[in-house]
Design a protein around this ligand. Structure first.
Ligand code: ATP
Length: 466
């Protein structure tokens, strides 16, 4: 079941506490742009690192890459993005509101499989069904126009057609550009994966739902190159690995599901595609990531457009004992995740409000300790103990993201740390001066342990890793 708290309540909490701020706020903002505050920046880094650890560090086959955002525009001609990376845009003639036709249909007819429709079929559907403008309630739409979602800019000083470049709409193509480089430089043999993470840009018609759909977002993508014929096996392998990874970030299992794409919904080059979706409060199921069997589509297109040989060669011994070479274009499995959506899922799922004994209550973010922005807060019981507390903070800061808070009662300070998901609070009290121990309070259980300062780092490390 989706969180019992409303999406608005949770996102308000996130902006109030410093996870997310509206972009360019002092100038009245810029629609649907967001900045991650000190807490969001930490969480984002931790989730990206967890992805890198799982898909690069712990993988016997994969390597990482950090590819450029600006690429030769021929890349996007080859992939089809220049001609077909379009959204179906309709305007309400009455109130001038602008919509994506597929979203408009989904809103009124949630059971219609709109993902399988062509733009023409969407046009016909809107004309022949009771689809009304959500803003003014009228039924007076333009026909669908194709809207290319790539941001265009110019490179260098002249602004003409020869200097056009695009901000990448996905991180994946940087990997295809470097398939041969990586295979050669790192002497990689199939199967192997190349992982790339960073900003992507899409001029979405209807961004919204907080950070769920924005025009600038981070992706974590992998292209896994394998022998044709082994692709569906690898597809299943990475599908499972993706779900395992998302589960490892802590959301409740009941809020996650696979959604396999029907044949009609598949891109023409794809043999299979599955999304992992999360059940957001008020919004319903939303895509967090997609896993696709892209066959040899991208390499084939780049080979055609670049006139470079992108085949992979492997030697084998034939029936007569002779060494032979065969060359072919590998097939590719692509798990593609939105880092901002992973974050939103983690933050939404972690939010909780609990009634406590004595009629008190608390807001608490049950973020997994390993992902939490701050791992530990060091709190001096009284102002007189700030020096000792700061000394301990300096020691812990060498190991973890640590913070402190010296104002208000200790109870209030615990609540403030609960609200931002800090899993452990360490209190320095007067006994600390003699017994060289501190009280460690656990965010989730609220239980307290007395721990010697000498063993505190190991104690916390073990807890965080558990
Ligand atoms: P959607 O159907 O939600 O537009 P998509 O199927 O076009 O997404 P992909 O092209 O498969 O998305 O991109 C891979 C991942 O990138 C998505 O699963 C999602 O997590 C993320 N993503 C895509 N578009 C956006 C966006 N506008 N804002 C934030 N994340 C995005």
């Amino acid at each position: 079941m989706a969180s019992k708290f409303s999406f608005d309540e949770i996102t308000n909490h996130l902006t109030l506490t410093g996870f997310v701020f509206p972009g360019s706020q002092i100038y009245g903002g810029l629609s649907n742009t967001w900045d991650y505050g000190p807490l969001g920046a930490e969480l984002k880094r931790n989730i990206r690192d967890a992805w890198w650890k799982k898909f690069v560090q712990e993988s016997p086959t994969n390597v990482g890459l950090d590819a450029a955002i600006l690429m030769n525009p021929k890349v996007w001609e080859a992939t089809g993005h220049v001609s077909t990376f379009n959204d179906p845009m309709v305007d309400c003639r009455a109130c001038k509101s602008r919509y994506r036709a597929d979203e408009l249909i989904k809103k009124e007819f949630p059971n219609v499989d709109v993902d399988a429709m062509s733009f023409q079929e969407m046009d016909d559907f809107i004309a022949n069904h009771d689809v009304k403008c959500p803003t003014c309630g009228q039924k007076n739409f333009t026909t669908i126009r194709k809207f290319n979602m790539m941001f265009k800019t110019h490179i260098g000083v002249t602004e003409d057609d020869s200097s056009v470049v695009y901000l990448r709409p996905e991180t994946a193509q940087g990997v295809f550009m470097n398939f041969k480089n990586v295979a050669r430089a790192c002497r990689k043999k199939l199967p192997f994966g190349i992982c790339n993470t960073g900003k992507s840009f899409r001029n979405e018609i209807t961004p919204g739902n907080f950070t769920f759909r924005t025009r600038e977002f981070d992706q974590c993508e992998m292209e896994f190159f394998c022998q044709p014929g082994t692709d569906l096996e690898w597809f299943e392998h990475w599908k499972k690995a993706c779900l395992d990874f998302v589960e490892s970030l802590g959301p409740k299992a009941e809020n996650l599901r696979f959604r396999d794409h029907e044949k009609a919904e598949l891109a023409f080059y794809s043999k299979a595609t599955t999304d992992v979706e999360y059940d957001f409060p008020n919004l319903g199921w939303g895509e967090i990531l997609g896993v696709a069997d892209r066959t040899d589509y991208d390499l084939r297109r780049h080979q055609e457009y670049s006139h470079q040989d992108l085949t992979y060669s492997e030697t084998y011994i034939d029936q007569n004992g002779k060494t032979q070479v065969k060359s072919y274009l590998p097939y590719v499995i692509e798990p593609s995740m939105g880092l901002d959506r992973l974050m939103l899922m983690v933050m939404v799922d972690a939010y909780d409000k609990e009634e406590l004994e004595g009629g008190d209550s608390r807001v608490v973010m049950h973020i997994k300790p390993a992902l939490a922005p701050y791992k530990v807060a060091v709190l001096p019981l009284q102002k007189k103990l700030v020096e000792q507390s700061d000394e301990l903070l300096a020691k812990l800061s060498k190991e973890f993201m640590a913070t402190t808070d010296v104002t208000g009662s200790i109870g209030k300070r615990y609540r403030r740390q609960d609200e931002i998901g800090t899993p452990y609070c360490v209190t320095v009290d007067f006994d600390t001066l003699t017994d060289h121990s501190v009280t460690v309070r656990d965010r989730d259980t609220m239980k307290q342990d007395r721990v010697a300062i000498d063993s505190l780092v190991d104690y916390l490390k073990a807890k965080i890793a558990a």
